[in-house]
Design a protein around this ligand. Structure first.
Ligand code: PA5
Length: 444
């Protein structure tokens, strides 16, 4: 199994009775998920996506990625939220957070349309100067402001450089199958399009064309990623809180939540896990934070953040627990060098693999945080590989859905995101929002 839940460091904080008490709730949540009778049941396409995906489109994604690799130096992925976090997480996890600086035979990849920053756009457009560029605009609705504005910029830039016909070969669009203006606009313009399945929401879409095209452009093996997810789909398809680690994770975090541990911190020990943490935060935050409920998802990368947030975790407000991602097989042979002068007194570490020092930092931190009343769930990932990562993605998606049902929320909608959008549109003077405009402006 690619991922294993180790509950040794959470056991001091929960009782066997608490686990057996929540077991029927987990069972009921899992049953309604499988029977598709729970909240948001029309959005469960991700549940069997690792096997039941469009094979023809999958082949087209691979072909488009090859074309992009051949024809461009820079690939711009335009999207926000679930439309970019998954691919960025996978690329950084498997290739590098410094992917663009690597010596490689794949294009540089930049993410745009995930903010409203003019300086970010200026910078990216300057980076593109003198280089061959392709773009992938990803928006299920096709009307999200941030990516729509970025798309305007990059479309104009491409048409200016290559002409309308040339630009057409460099614009790839991932959107709703039939509905929405982006689909009809793209079809009319002759862009190649890929589909965000109707029954898969943004934050559950990394294993659809949304994530797969950018991931393939970065040179990652899609078959391996999907196989790992399919392994998880099979391994986690049955069982209970004692035998199914996704159900156990959902159970543990809900038990802790009910005992006042309302903040969950996802902890990585490798910088390449940082964007994965961002993906996880969106998955859990947007799925569970509603109706006045939900665990607050946060993240840190240790040991870096042991020198910033570590103090708070050790002895601040006791409302937190940690979920630690431990990659079990080192992929680096780096060792601590010997220093004949031993000026730092660290020669007792000379020759020791960095991976061992890092593991020891993790073990020391686990013990310290448990002593500081912070429960720790440890998720042990076998290795840093596409297959293992595919497994972990599916694990978290499944656990999130079950956990959301136990919280009695709809894990598949995001009504709260609309509030800022409405206010922003009203304040910007969008036609149709006139009634709100004056009232909101008066409050500023
Ligand atoms: O998870 C979600 O559904 C959201 O985060 C969306 O992905 C995000 O709001 C972008 O939406 P769209 O793809 O419609 O532009």
């Amino acid at each position: 199994m690619a991922l294993r839940l180790d509950d040794k460091f959470v056991k001091p904080f929960i009782t066997d009775e608490e686990i057996s008490a929540i077991a029927p709730e987990i069972e009921a949540a899992a049953a309604s998920l499988r029977a598709k009778t729970g909240k948001g049941a029309e959005m469960l396409g991700w549940l069997d996506l690792p096997e039941n995906y469009d094979k023809e489109e999958f082949a087209r994604i691979k072909a488009a990625a090859e074309k992009i690799k051949k024809t461009c130096d820079v690939f711009i992925v335009i999207g926000i939220g679930g439309s970019y976090l998954g691919s960025r997480a996978v690329i950084e996890f498997l290739r590098s957070p410094r992917y663009n600086l690597l010596k490689k035979d794949t294009p540089d990849i930049y993410f745009s349309g995930c903010n409203i920053s003019g300086s970010d756009l200026d910078e990216l457009l300057a980076i593109c100067e003198g280089r061959d560029v392709c773009i992938n605009v990803i928006s299920k609705s096709g009307t999200t402001t941030e990516p729509a504005v970025a798309f305007r910029y990059f479309r104009a830039w491409l048409e200016n450089k290559y002409g309308k016909e040339g630009a057409k070969e460099r614009i790839f669009v991932t959107t709703d199958k039939a509905r929405g203006t982006l689909k009809s606009f793209s079809t009319d313009a002759g862009y190649e399009t890929f589909v965000v399945p109707d029954d898969v929401g943004g934050r559950f879409s990394v294993l659809s064309a949304v994530g797969l095209l950018p991931i393939a452009v970065s040179g990652i093996n899609l078959d391996e990623l999907m196989s790992g997810a399919a392994d998880a789909m099979t391994a986690l398809s049955a069982g209970d809180v004692y035998t199914n680690d996704a159900y156990k994770y959902a159970a543990l975090r809900n038990i802790l939540y009910r005992k006042g541990k309302v903040t969950e911190i996802l902890v990585g020990y490798e910088p390449y896990e940082q964007m994965f943490c961002e993906w996880w935060k969106q998955l859990y935050g947007e799925s569970e934070g509603k109706d006045g409920k939900g665990l607050y998802p946060s993240s840190v990368i240790f040991s870096t953040d042991l020198h910033s947030l570590g103090q708070y975790v050790q002895s601040g407000l006791r409302t937190i627990f940690e979920t630690v991602l431990s990659v079990e097989t080192p992929d680096s042979e780096a060792k601590v060098p010997n220093d004949p002068a031993n000026i730092d007194g660290l020669n007792f570490l000379s020759g020791m693999p960095m991976a061992e020092v890092n593991r020891t930092a993790m073990n020391g931190t686990l013990l310290a945080h448990v002593d500081g009343e912070v429960p720790n769930i440890v998720l042990r990932l076998a290795e840093r590989s596409a297959r293992a990562l595919g497994y972990m993605i599916y694990f978290f998606e499944l656990a999130c859905a079950v956990s959301g049902y136990v919280l009695d929320v709809n894990p598949f909608d995001q009504p709260g995101v609309e509030a800022y959008k409405k206010n922003m549109f009203a304040l910007l003077g969008k036609p149709g929002y006139e009634e709100m405009t004056a009232e909101l402006r008066a409050r500023l």
